[in-house]
Ligand binder design. Structure first.
Ligand code: CTP
Ligand code: MG
Length: 175
């Protein structure tokens, strides 16, 4: 059953993943040039393993900011998570999902910064939820309609925050 209460809990629950995913955009704007995670490695298909959009600085800042958010939420909102692992794994999953998304994009021939609908907006969240749910299984709010609406809200937030980042000059593409 879909309730406003479940949806709100879901959005708060995934905040560590959102923060991990959004931090690198801001940090890389000020770090000028990051160090690519793939160290420039080119695969047999002639394309980069990940590309210049996935950097060491982005990974470290994203995981750190996401973990800081996880600690705050865990302490300030008892009852949302069943243990610290549940929220602490989300920033790790978000960054892993985002990196895996870039790996897939390069294999599909999409250049760095090119658009891959659904993967770009939801890849990070799906991986974050997968890891977060490993220790205890899905939480109480996780019924199919709530998950579906959470994915829609996430896609909407992803596109609107990226557009905002583009308008603020933080990002070169709006998507
Ligand atoms: N970023 C980073 N390191 C990460 C993730 C993101 O440095 N691990 C920074 C990069 O500056 C990147 C920006 O955040 O350009 C936006 O992230 P994203 O949209 O995921 O990267 P894209 O540049 O679109 O590259 P890709 O096509 O590989 O997704
Ligand atoms: Mg992108």
């Amino acid at each position: 059953m879909l309730t406003m209460q479940d949806l709100l809990t879901a959005v708060v629950y995934v905040l560590p993943a959102y923060i991990a995913n959004g931090t690198p955009v801001v940090v890389l704007r000020f770090a000028r040039r990051g160090h690519p995670l793939d160290m420039g490695m080119i695969m047999r298909d002639g394309r980069r393993l990940l590309g210049d959009g996935k950097t060491v600085e982005g990974l470290i800042s994203g995981v750190s900011a996401g973990l800081a958010a996880a600690v705050l939420l865990y302490v300030l909102l008892p009852g949302v998570y069943r243990g610290f692992l549940e929220c602490g794994l989300m920033p790790v999953g978000a960054m892993a999902g985002d990196i895996f998304g870039s790996f897939l994009k390069r294999r599909l021939g999409v250049e760095r910064g090119g658009s891959a609908p659904v993967l770009d907006q939801l890849g990070f969240l799906l991986m974050a939820l997968f890891l977060a749910w490993l220790p205890y299984g899905p939480p109480d709010w996780a019924n199919p309609p709530t998950i579906l609406l959470l994915l829609l809200v996430t896609a909407f937030l992803h596109i609107s925050t990226n557009t905002l980042a583009y308008l603020l000059g933080l990002k070169e593409k709006w998507y």
